[in-house]
Design a binder for this molecule. Structure first.
Ligand code: NAP
Length: 241
């Protein structure tokens, strides 16, 4: 049972815009103290002004794990006991020309950055014996379509491994894999159908967090697309996409 005045504490990696920014506001409105992490400090500062409750700021570039890991560790120390982390930071490019710079940035942020920061929190939760780790993957994780989809397949697969570890070690650690469809943020420019507003997406993610679910498509209608993608034969997939 919680001590009555104990604050619930969350860190959002990638809180400066889009889904992460909206989720930070929702968590704060619901009594969380929130640690806000991203590179664009100006956006974090204006988010901090908008949020009424207590927040912590840290300008961190997760694509450089050797610098990012100690910075995240010091944020955890500063905030104290962390109940929830949302690993939301990610980049995605249209890269039909297979430009290595774009692919490398995607791998640096969505794979190396994600994995290194997930490990910091997982070790922290394993030590305490509890915690909730949420990773933002994508519907794109389900079929091959360039480095972005491959990076999100890594995210979902890695989260499953962390969940397995928590179960094996009999810890009260929840690991949640969120797979949004198209969400109306800077990242999704050009996408046209079933676009979910970032605020709505964040509200749905918050519900998933409250229910401590292991997995969710956002919005739930994307479950249908997921099912179609998973059972679509290769020759149809190759023609359609
Ligand atoms: N929009 C969609 O349709 C969609 C669909 C499925 C999944 N997703 C996933 O949802 C997540 C959030 O994306 P969004 O749509 O909300 O786009 P967004 O507005 O571009 O947000 C991306 C967030 O990630 C942060 N970030 C990027 N690179 C970073 C780095 N090197 N270090 C630290 N933070 C970094 C950004 O902050 P800074 O730039 O300030 O560092 C920003 O806060 C991503 O993981 C994305 O892959 C999005």
């Amino acid at each position: 049972m919680r001590i009555r005045d104990k604050k619930i504490k969350a860190i959002i990696i990638g809180a400066s815009s889009g889904i992460g920014c909206e989720l930070a506001k929702i968590l704060a409105r619901n009594g969380y103290e929130v640690g806000l992490v991203a590179r664009r400090i100006d956006l974090l500062l204006s988010l901090q002004k908008e949020i009424k409750g207590k927040t912590y700021l840290k300008q961190i570039d997760i694509s450089n794990p050797s610098k990012a890991i100690p910075e995240i560790e010091s944020l955890i120390l500063e905030m104290g006991n962390i109940d929830l982390v949302v690993l939301n930071a990610g980049v995605g490019f249209i890269n039909s020309e297979l430009d290595w710079k774009k692919d490398k940035e995607t791998i640096d942020v969505n794979v190396s950055g994600f994995c290194s920061i997930a490990n910091v929190f997982m070790k922290n939760f394993l030590l305490k014996g509890k915690g909730h780790l949420v990773g933002i993957s994508s519907i794109a994780a389900l079929r091959g379509s360039g480095v972005y989809s491959a990076s999100k397949a890594f995210v979902s697969n890695y989260l499953e491994g962390l969940r397995h570890k928590a179960v094996k070690e009999k810890k009260q650690i929840i690991v949640t894999d969120i797979k949004p469809g198209f969400v109306d943020t800077d990242m999704a420019k050009g996408k046209v159908f079933w676009m979910t507003p970032a605020k709505k997406c964040a509200e749905l993610i918050y519900k998933v967090i409250q229910k401590k679910k292991y997995h969710a498509y956002i919005t739930s209608r994307w479950r249908l697309i997921a099912w179609l993608l998973k059972c679509m034969p290769r020759f149809i997939y190759d023609r359609l996409f």
